[in-house]
Design a protein around this ligand. Structure first.
Ligand SMILES: C[C@H](O)[C@H](O)[C@H]1CNC2=NC(N)=NC(=O)C2=N1
Length: 95
């Protein structure tokens, strides 16, 4: 897995929906909004199971129906295709 430059990350982000590159270019971020906590936590559960299988875990923050998610790849010290792959899964899991 190689590190994507900010320019490469911006191109890769066209494959997903609503994700932005962090200001430092080292992670991608999205805020998901749901109808209620039950929906938000169901989403988090689906993503958690996938993340653990991928050995690629999100940094996230949940309040009620909102989930802020940050993805980065520690091994490369920035964004990799693994982040894009989990971001695409999260988009699908959000429905
Ligand atoms: C030691 C362990 O395999 C690593 O720290 C894994 C675990 N989860 C991870 N999660 C994320 N988001 N990025 C990683 O590079 C990563 N690496």
């Amino acid at each position: 897995m190689s590190k994507l430059s900010p320019a490469e990350a911006e191109i890769a982000l066209k494959e997903v929906s609503g994700w932005i590159l962090a200001g430092d270019g080292l992670s991608i971020q999205k805020t998901f909004k749901f109808g209620d906590f039950n929906e938000a936590f169901g989403f988090m559960t689906r993503v958690a199971l996938k993340a653990d299988k991928m050995d690629h875990h999100p940094e996230w923050f949940n309040v009620y129906n909102k989930v802020e998610m940050t993805l980065t790849t520690h091994d490369v010290g920035g964004v990799s295709q693994k982040d894009i792959k989990l971001a695409a899964f999260a988009d699908d899991a959000a429905g």
